[in-house]
Ligand binder design. Structure first.
Ligand code: FDP
Length: 340
């Protein structure tokens, strides 16, 4: 046995150690955020295990329910939602929970209440479950005013007011990506230790990318700026090489690749879905928060995504996010369209 190598394994930057280090920079902190995060991490580890076992355990398949978006719910969706609700309530640090799977927000009973609101999609990309493609959990965290009674308006805030955001991707490895507003860090689950280890410190998205990611099957219904942008990706007019197309159809996986390799992910509005498909609170905001923190941009076709003020918890918005220069190009196309 290589004892030196084994000893080294205990000197790793785990996610808990990382967050505790961050906490020491805020002397007023009582550790509430660290406790909340450890409960989110626990939920992710549980879902990761369930996702890995799904094919064998026959957990996949319809649970016979439809969710609030009218989509068929899979068993894993139901399970993941229950896991996160229980983990978040039992942390004793939350007061309002908004889940993609629940029509109404959950107000935590007063005896278990804390000051954080968590908006989340427990299992995003669920149409990919049956074929074992990467799926993930997305979350964003808001803070309520000290001593105030929690109310729905506390979660109907622009994304720029989020305190933290992140996702966990259940892929060929389990990756947890987090921003608390001071950059972005990526952690990989070491299954032998059951710990997320810092493997991608201070992620910065390349300024310009070589990949575009979109469901081109919707092209006939796109507006002019989106159609023109995608055309330029394929037939650039400035002498640059054409971009490659990569589209998994699972937001966490498509955004994760965009964050690491650069490029642009777009889910635009179209004639059939004038507000796009993706949900503001628990898809658009957390991913936009991470993109900006990594040096990229996120745009709705009209404004900076994080400036949007949602009026309903399950509201949707078009979204263009990724490398700074690539998003700048689509912004210019929309600005030109307005001037016409
Ligand atoms: P899914 O429907 O499989 O749950 O919002 C959910 C989402 O997946 C995203 O993860 C993904 O980016 C998008 O929808 C894919 O939508 P299309 O199938 O319309 O491309």
């Amino acid at each position: 046995m290589d004892h030196a190598a084994d000893a080294h394994r205990t000197d790793l930057m785990t996610i808990t150690r990382h967050v505790l280090n961050e906490q020491t920079k805020h002397p007023e902190s009582r550790g509430d955020f660290t406790i909340l995060l450890s409960h989110i991490v626990l939920g992710c580890k549980f879902v990761c295990t369930a996702v890995n076992k799904a094919g064998l355990a026959k957990l996949i398949g319809l649970a016979g329910e439809t969710n609030v978006q009218g989509e068929e719910q899979k068993k894993l969706d139901v399970l993941s939602n229950e896991v996160f609700i229980k983990a978040l309530v039992s942390s004793g640090r939350t007061c309002i929970l908004v889940s993609e799977e629940d029509e109404e927000a959950t107000f935590v009973e007063p005896s278990k209440r804390g000051k954080y609101c968590v908006v989340f999609d427990p299992l995003d990309g669920s149409s990919n479950i049956d074929c074992a493609v990467s799926i993930g959990t997305i979350f964003g965290i808001y803070l309520i005013k000290e001593g105030a009674e929690p109310k729905l308006e506390d979660v109907l805030q622009p994304g720029k007011n989020m305190l933290a955001a992140g996702y966990c991707m259940y892929g060929s490895s389990c990756q947890f990506v987090l921003s608390t507003g001071t950059g972005v860090n990526g952690f990989t689950l070491d299954p032998s230790l059951g710990e997320f280890i810092l493997t991608h410190p201070d992620i910065k998205i390349p300024k310009k990318g070589k990949i575009y990611s979109v469901n081109e099957g919707n092209a006939k219904n796109w507006d002019n700026p989106t159609a023109k942008y995608v055309e330029r990706c394929k037939f650039p007019t400035d002498g640059s090489p054409a971009k490659s197309l990569r589209y998994i159809g699972s937001m966490v996986a498509d955004v994760h690749r965009t964050l690491l390799y650069g490029g642009i992910f777009l889910y635009p509005a179209d004639k059939k879905s004038p507000s796009g498909k993706l949900r503001v609170l628990y898809e658009v905001f957390p991913m936009s928060f991470l993109m900006e923190q990594a040096g990229g941009q996120a745009f709705t076709g009209k404004q900076r995504a994080l400036d949007l003020v949602p009026t309903q918890i399950h509201e949707r918005s078009p979204i263009f996010l990724g490398s700074y220069d690539d998003v700048e190009e689509i912004k210019a196309l929309y600005a030109a369209e307005v001037k016409k």
